[in-house]
Design a protein around this ligand. Structure first.
Ligand code: ADP
Ligand code: MG
Length: 297
C-alpha cells in the first residue's frame, strides 16, 4: 500500500493552485490535508485520484503512475469529492447498485458496504430524504464499494451537526485501520480528532508534515511574562513542571512548562507570593493550533 507524490504542481491559467508538493504514505494511516480555503487541497486530491490529468510532476499509486495507468489507479482508490454528488431522487440501494455495476462489483458486496457505513436501515429511502450526515454515508459507501486500499475524502465532515460529526469521524478512524485515508479539512480540531499525520498546505505548498502523536507528546506550554521588578532566577524553582527558563531582558522571562495543565494561574500565584505584579503575560503553545496559525497566517 503506497502513495508517492513527486514534485506535483498545477497551474490554472496563471493561478498557482499546487506548488511542488511531494510526500509519501506507505502504511494504513489517516493523513489530514489541512489548509485554509484556496490552499490547494481539492486540486491536490483531484490530481491523486486522476480527475485532473494535466499537471506537472507525478503521482505513483503502488508504484504505478497515474499518468500511465489511470484505470489501475482508480481500482485502488475510493474518492468522496467535496460536493458529494449523488442522484438525489434515487433510493440508497438503487444508487449503490448502480455504482457497483460501474465498478463491476457483485451485488452481494453492497450489503457489506451498507453495513460498514451504518446505512442498512436507510437502504430503501430516497437519497434526498436523508439528513446531511446520512448523505455523507451514502457518498462514503459509494467510495468504498470496490474495497479500495486508499480513500480520498474531500472535506468529509463539512456541514454536519455535532452528533453526525462524531459518527463520521469514528467511521473514518475505523476505516483508517487498514486503509490509507487522506482527508482534507480547514478545521484543525478535525485533524486532532481523526488523523495520525498532518500535512499543512499554504498557497499550494506543503509547509509542515507532522506526526500527530509526536506533536501531542511534545505539547510544551510556553509562557512569556513580564513582572514589575527584577527577580532572581532561583526563585523560579517554586514553579512546578518548569522545564526551562530564559531571560528575555529586563523583567521579562520565558517559561517553558512540560504539562498540558494551564499554568497561567500558577504564574499569577507565584507573582503574588513573591510580592510582584504581572505587567503582561502571553502563552504560546507548541501544538497543532499554534503551528497551524503560525504557518498559515
Ligand atoms: P481548497 O480545496 O484548499 O479550497 P482548491 O484546490 O479548490 O483549494 O483551489 C486552489 C486554488 O486554485 C484557488 O486559488 C482556487 O481559486 C483555484 N482554482 C481551483 N479550481 C480552479 C479552476 N477550475 N479554475 C481556476 N482556478 C481554480
Ligand atoms: Mg476544497
Amino acid at each position: 500500500m503506497s502513495i508517492k507524490v513527486e514534485n506535483v504542481s498545477k497551474l490554472y491559467n496563471t493561478q498557482k493552485a499546487v506548488q511542488n508538493v511531494s510526500f509519501e504514505i506507505e502504511k494504513g494511516e489517516v493523513v489530514g490535508l489541512l489548509g485554509p480555503n484556496g490552499s490547494g487541497k481539492s486540486t491536490l486530491m483531484k490530481i491523486i485520484t486522476g480527475f485532473i490529468t494535466s499537471f506537472q510532476g507525478d503521482v505513483l499509486i503502488e508504484g504505478v503512475s497515474v499518468k500511465k495507468n489511470l484505470l489501475a489507479i482508480q481500482k485502488n482508490i475510493g474518492y468522496l469529492p467535496e460536493s458529494n454528488p449523488l442522484y438525489q431522487e434515487m433510493y440508497v440501494l438503487e444508487y449503490l447498485t448502480f455504482v457497483a455495476e460501474v465498478h463491476k462489483i457483485p451485488k452481494k458486496e453492497i450489503k457489506n458496504v451498507l453495513d460498514a457505513v451504518g446505512l442498512t436501515q436507510e437502504a430503501h429511502k430516497q437519497i434526498y430524504k436523508l439528513s446531511k450526515g446520512y448523505k455523507q454515508r451514502v457518498g462514503l459507501a459509494a467510495a468504498l464499494i470496490h474495497n479500495p486500499k486508499i480513500l480520498i475524502l474531500d472535506e468529509p465532515t463539512t456541514g454536519l451537526d455535532p452528533n453526525q460529526l462524531i459518527e463520521i469521524r469514528d467511521l473514518i478512524r475505523q476505516l483508517g485501520e487498514n486503509k490509507i485515508i487522506i482527508l482534507s479539512t480547514h478545521i484543525m480540531q478535525e485533524v486532532e480528532a481523526v488523523c495520525d499525520r498532518v500535512l499543512i498546505l499554504k498557497n499550494g505548498e506543503i509547509v509542515a508534515d507532522e506526526n500527530l502523536k509526536k506533536l501531542k507528546e511534545q505539547q510544551m506550554q510556553i509562557i512569556e511574562v513580564e513582572f514589575d521588578f527584577q527577580i532572581e532566577k532561583r526563585f523560579f524553582n517554586q514553579l512546578p513542571d518548569l522545564q526551562s527558563l530564559t531571560s528575555l531582558g529586563g523583567a521579562v522571562w520565558e517559561l517553558t512548562f512540560d504539562t498540558k495543565e494551564d499554568m497561567r494561574s500558577k504564574v499569577f500565584d507565584f507573582a503574588t507570593e513573591n510580592g510582584l505584579k504581572i505587567i503582561q503575560l502571553n502563552t504560546k503553545n507548541k501544538n497543532l493550533e499554534s503551528l497551524f496559525t503560525e504557518l498559515t497566517n
